[in-house]
Design a protein around this ligand. Structure first.
Ligand SMILES: Nc1ncnc2c1ncn2[C@@H]1O[C@H](COP(=O)(O)OP(=O)(O)OP(=O)(O)O)[C@@H](O)[C@H]1O
Ligand SMILES: [Mg+2]
Length: 271
């Protein structure tokens, strides 16, 4: 069995009295890329927020190194786990460089506000995400895709072993999507980072995940290697969609091709 520093045990999450995630167990394999897929509103972001301690469980627990998140100091968690939420909000008029620098807060001490390590981490994060040229621009003047990459830079600057990314490719054109996913893979390979990412594109999920988790209505429906998890039956069960699953011509991973598009009702006379 693979080790897992981050685990969820019988995790139940709710907003007021509405339960969204119900008794979920999950082990995030160390040094692997875990991708969570599932339909809108099934609880993916809710789960990710709980894994990053932004949401307190109703029952059950999230454990980091065997200890309940709720019992750990915030700074200790922030140095171990970085979370990029689905719709982060930037402080008004903040520049790109200042926002990315905020990723360093968990590493700073009152007697040393800014170190060479901080400078290096921020420069590295800007370069890796292709946002160095935007450093002096206000975040609220950027395009959606530029902004998304800046948020990823902030999460990278935090330099945590565990990185939780909620839909990191939303707003990105296809080339930037591939670039961000390749970046995630590189961080995983070169620096041994453990990543949990929510993705909607099943084909990208199949290409980039070591460990795929399919959720539906607050439960884990299937998990494992993408080739084992992604089948036409699973796509039907989870998304209610008819599809054909073929090998990806480039990688051999499962490629989901949805059924025929609607093309008008056949006329009663057949002409
Ligand atoms: N802050 C909140 N207050 C109340 N209900 C919420 C809140 N955030 C999410 N929900 C509800 O919890 C359920 C799960 O939401 P969640 O954001 O986890 O879904 P998701 O799987 O991430 O969906 P998507 O693919 O659309 O991002 C939804 O029914 C949603 O309406
Ligand atoms: Mg979400």
């Amino acid at each position: 069995m693979t080790d897992a520093r981050l685990t969820a045990r019988a995790l139940t999450l709710a907003y007021e009295d509405r339960t969204v995630v119900d008794g979920l167990d999950l082990a995030v394999p160390d040094g692997e890329v875990t991708v969570i897929v599932g339909p809108n509103a099934c609880g993916k972001s809710t789960l990710l927020r709980a894994l990053g301690r932004l949401l307190k469980p109703v029952s059950g627990a999230v454990l980091l190194d065997g200890r309940e998140l709720a019992s750990l100091p915030t700074r200790r968690i922030a140095r171990a786990v970085g979370l990029l939420p689905q719709s982060p909000v930037a402080p008004e008029a903040i520049t790109v460089a200042d926002l990315v620098a905020r990723g360093r807060q968990p590493h700073q001490r009152w007697w040393q506000q800014w170190s060479e390590d901080d400078e290096r981490a921020v420069t590295d994060a800007l370069e890796r995400t292709g946002t160095a040229a935007l450093a002096d621009r206000p975040v609220d003047e950027l395009s959606g895709g530029q902004r998304q990459r800046v948020w990823i830079a902030m999460a990278l600057a935090q330099e945590t072993d565990l990185l939780l990314l909620d839909e990191p490719t939303t707003y990105l054109d296809i080339a930037h999507q591939v670039e961000v996913l390749d970046l995630v893979r590189r961080l995983n390979h070169e620096r041994g980072r453990t990543v949990v990412a929510v993705l909607h594109d099943l084909n990208q999920a199949a290409r980039y995940a070591d460990h795929l988790v399919a959720m539906k209505a607050g439960h884990v429906v299937a998990r494992g290697r993408p080739a084992e998890v992604i089948t036409a039956g699973l796509v039907r069960e989870v998304f209610g969609l008819e599809s054909v699953v073929v090998p990806d011509p480039v990688t051999g991973s499962p490629l989901v091709v949805p059924g025929k598009p609607w093309a008008g009702e056949p006329s009663p006379s057949g002409v």
